[in-house]
Design a protein around this ligand. Structure first.
Ligand code: SF4
Length: 391
């Protein structure tokens, strides 16, 4: 039994590129963005069409991108460069301007590369290294205000308080609906799987945000009345897994695919391509400063010298308790130093909680598929045996 609203979302996604191209012919402007802390509410409130850019999983595009950006960068960033070089992704080619945040330095480099080689209009949003000190908060407020001003100047539009208030409300409602969607994963019997939920979240990168909210509400209503069991094929002892680590953008299904194929059940993630924004971003007022404050959410690429006060870890701890997690899979994308260097402390942290942990290094080539499969299979056996030993 399929979920009708998800079929509808897939159909709307297929239609969306042509719809955006048509809107541009009618004078609409599109702002694409990379990567983690960009406050999309501002783009929406300015009357511009926001699209979160970036895909993964294509070794061919990584190869193409590597002609322009150093191979010392992660494959996600290299694929992004490849997307601009190829100029076929409909969202890339229809972006009138692209905003890059500098949460990760590799994304900053990407901004320079695409501006230099592909003549893309770019804006860069500075992100402070330390979110907890007043200077960091002030810096990000100023950066958000500067981004707004530059967008206003570039597109000849003006931000109004009413429009910002409406956009803030819209995005808060979207994030709340996504949080409700993930509630289903807390149950043994769920009408929707994690991968379907993740697909729905990523559809929000592209669809018109008002239509997206109404589709989310329709989906929640459909699930409420559904007797579907997305995990009927799994036994009671299927390991309940938390997926964390580097971004897994649309197009990259290798690791989640292996986990599910081997009978593991991902119940939650803290990926910035998945649940993290809905879980962690809360805008508590309707001014530009409130929006900036809501987006000050720590990311692994920001230096953290205070292990005890790392909210990334406390969020992981809360997630593992709320979703009754029995194992953690840590996704380290090749040359993603941000997450690779966070893996040892995350491992110590989970083992201290008595939760099994496995780090998987991977890239977009298919050559490591069998090796990953073997390691994940052994890990699932270990978790099934309710052992919290180090793998
Ligand atoms: S955080 Fe990692 S995956 Fe994300 S852009 Fe930076 S290096 Fe790439």
């Amino acid at each position: 039994m399929s979920i009708k609203t998800i079929e509808q979302i897939r159909k709307r996604l297929a239609e969306r590129p042509a719809e955006i191209a048509e809107a541009r012919r009618g004078g609409a402007k599109v702002v694409g963005w990379f990567n983690y802390n960009v406050p999309e509410e501002v783009i929406d409130a300015l009357g511009l069409i926001p699209v979160r850019l970036g895909t993964g999983g294509s070794d061919r595009l990584v190869e193409l991108g590597s002609r322009y950006i150093s191979t010392g960068n992660c494959v996600y960033v290299r694929q992004a460069a490849g997307l601009f070089a190829e100029a076929e992704d409909p969202y890339i080619v229809n972006s009138d301007l692209v905003v890059f945040d500098v949460t990760c330095k590799q994304v900053y480099r990407l901004a320079e590369i695409v501006s230099h080689y592909f003549n893309v209009n770019t804006l860069v949003l500075g992100v402070p290294y330390n979110f907890t000190v007043p200077a960091g908060v002030t810096y990000f407020r100023k950066e958000t205000a500067a981004l707004t001003r530059r967008l206003e100047e570039h597109f000849g539009v003006t931000l109004t308080a009413d429009n910002l208030r409406a956009s803030v409300r819209l995005y808060e409602e979207i994030r709340a609906a996504i949080r409700k969607l993930y509630e289903y994963q807390k149950q043994r019997k769920s009408p929707i799987s994690w991968s379907e939920s993740n697909e729905v979240v990523q559809a929000g990168n592209f669809l018109d945000r008002r239509e997206y909210l109404s589709l989310l509400e329709q989906l929640l209503q459909e699930l409420k009345n559904s007797s579907r069991d997305a995990y009927r094929h799994l036994g009671e002892d299927a390991p309940r897994l938390l997926l964390t680590g580097s971004i897994i953008p649309p197009g990259d299904s290798k690791l989640p695919g292996v986990i599910e194929e081997l009978g593991g059940r991902i119940v939650v993630d803290d990926l910035w391509s998945g649940f993290a924004p809905a879980r962690l971003i809360h805008v508590r007022g309707d001014t530009l400063d409130d929006v900036a404050d809501g987006y000050l959410v720590p990311h692994a690429s920001l230096p953290n010298l205070d292990f005890e006060g790392d909210t990334r870890l406390s969020n992981l701890k809360a997630l593992s308790a709320e979703f009754d997690v029995s194992g953690v899979l840590f996704h380290s994308l090749r040359y993603c130093d941000a997450f690779t260097f966070k893996a040892p402390e995350t491992k110590r942290f989970f083992l201290g909680l008595g939760i099994s942990f496995l780090e998987i290094h991977t890239e977009y080539a298919g050559s490591d598929y069998e090796a990953i499969r073997t390691r994940v299979e052994a890990f699932l056996e270990l978790v099934k045996g309710r052992s919290a030993a180090l793998v």
